[in-house]
Design a protein around this ligand. Structure first.
Ligand code: NAD
Length: 440
């Protein structure tokens, strides 16, 4: 099939590459000329395991093309994916300007029937807005051959395993009321739907809400566990034992019940906010979601509060080694990362930071270009040199079994603040560390 994907970020690029891999002919459109130029050269702007070879191979095979030319994109695919960003507006609602700009481009240039697929995470009612936008433009074009449909097909990939998630999705949600459109969508996704039925067809509004409900449920699990971790600390319990104790109940399960430094990334914070806003618009008080958000905001300050307490508020002139900057492992994404809240609080208190992350250093450099109090270090060991404590913020595999002798040797004081519970408190005590875990 001929497919066009607007937006070559985490979602659009991965989706485009995966569809090309199974044989579809894909054109990816982006408004960012640098990104498109880099992609044409085989340079991948994001870190995502398996993506580089997938993009290079399919580009070389001529099945995956990149362009900034929206008209060429609108003319190419009988299916047109919208996979552009939907960042939070000032009031927390999803900003739809990029989605509607793509809808406008498609309507201005299409020359036959098009299925427009909303892949971006968009509030309930957006498919209707896209439809109205396209209808408005087509009315002025006066070409009776131009027909279209709008489908909601939210994306559930996880950064860090995006390629695997798209190759082997848990489910494929398709929001449409049209049997013709359903058939085209089934054909498009047939290569990913072979072993057992993964496609779930539903109404457009339900599909739009499913995406928010999924992310909000996951954010709720995290905030709930963070709340339990805070309670455990105050009550003298060990959240890791509690986690195992509750996870063994199949109704609860072990997934996504790790306490930590708060959720970040480009999705959970904005999607929780956007659903709260959607509810407000229809006069519904989303009490659980508001609590999830406020617990998360507080959790992002948890490490700083512990550090400040340990040093009796005297952080001025101190240096801290940070391991892990990305909002989670296996990505270079720094959007809403807990490390940013922590570093900014440390700088505010007059401290300096020596930081290491396996993938997010370049992105951190870009964000804090003129910050003299940040030194990015080439290895996790070099970040420790002369620091007053180590702070573990992201649970990269490479941090799980470090050389503790070396850590003690390089740090001014043997103090570790662990926002991810990577180490065993008793063992750490035996090794002579002052070890602050989370919720234990
Ligand atoms: P992103 O910011 O990484 O990429 C968006 C891309 O769209 C950018 O390259 C931008 O230049 C491009 N763009 C903007 N306007 C355009 C236009 N008019 N035409 C063509 N390209 C345009 O965003 P992302 O992380 O890929 O997220 C995209 C959407 O998918 C969002 O709604 C997000 O909530 C959702 N989503 C993201 C993830 C994730 O893990 N990142 C997972 C599921 C769903």
């Amino acid at each position: 099939m001929k497919v066009t994907v607007f937006g070559t970020g985490y979602v659009g690029l991965v989706q485009g590459a995966v569809l090309a891999e199974v044989g579809h002919h894909v054109v990816c459109v982006d408004v960012d000329p640098d990104k498109i130029e880099r992609l044409k050269q085989g340079e991948i702007p994001i870190y995502e395991p398996g993506l580089e070879s997938l993009v290079r191979d399919n580009h070389a095979a001529g099945r995956l093309k990149f362009t900034t030319d929206a008209a060429a994109g609108a003319l190419h695919g009988n299916v047109q994916f919208i996979a552009v960003g939907t960042p939070p507006d000032e009031d927390g609602s999803a900003d739809l300007q990029y989605v509607l700009a793509v809808a406008t481009s498609i309507a201005e240039h299409m020359d036959g029937h098009r299925i427009i697929i909303n892949k971006s995470t968009v509030p309930v009612g957006t498919a209707r807005q896209v439809r109205e936008t396209v209808d408005g433009i087509l009315a002025g074009r006066d070409n009776p051959a131009l027909s279209f449909d709008v489908v909601s097909n939210p994306e559930f990939l996880k950064e860090g395993s995006a390629v695997a998630d798209c190759m082997r999705p848990d489910r494929i949600i398709i929001g449409t009321d049209s049997s013709d459109t359903e058939e085209v969508m089934r054909e498009l996704y047939a290569p990913f739907n072979r072993n057992h039925e993964k496609i779930i067809i539903m109404g457009v509004q339900s599909a739009e809400l499913t995406k928010y409900a999924a992310n909000c449920m996951l954010a709720t699990k995290i905030s709930f566990m963070n709340e339990m971790a805070n309670l455990a600390e105050l009550l003298g319990a060990d959240i890791e034992m509690v986690r195992q104790g509750i996870g063994s109940d199949p109704r609860i399960g072990y997934h996504f019940i790790y306490p930590g430094a708060g959720y970040g990334g480009s999705c959970f914070p904005k999607d929780v906010q956007a659903l709260i806003r959607t509810a407000e618009i229809i006069d519904f008080d989303a009490r659980i979601l508001k609590a999830v958000e406020s617990r998360n905001k507080e959790q992002k300050t948890m490490l700083f509060r512990k550090i400040s307490r340990h040093f009796q508020g005297n952080l001025c002139g101190k240096t801290f080694a940070i391991w892990g900057l990305a909002f989670k492992p296996n990505t270079n994404d720094m959007r809403e990362a807990p490390s940013r809240v922590l570093m900014e609080a440390l700088w505010q208190a007059g401290a300096r930071v020596r930081a290491y992350d396996p993938e997010a250093m370049e992105e951190t450099q870009r964000l804090y270009l003129h910050c003299d109090d940040l030194q990015l270090c080439g290895t996790k060991e070099s970040a420790l040199k002369g620091a007053d404590a180590l702070i573990v913020v992201t649970d990269w595999q490479a941090f799980k079994a470090p050389d503790f002798e070396l850590i003690r040797e390089y740090l001014n004081e043997p103090v570790i603040f662990d926002g991810r519970n990577l180490y065993d408190p008793k063992r750490m005590q035996k090794k002579g560390f002052n070890y602050y875990a989370t919720g234990r």
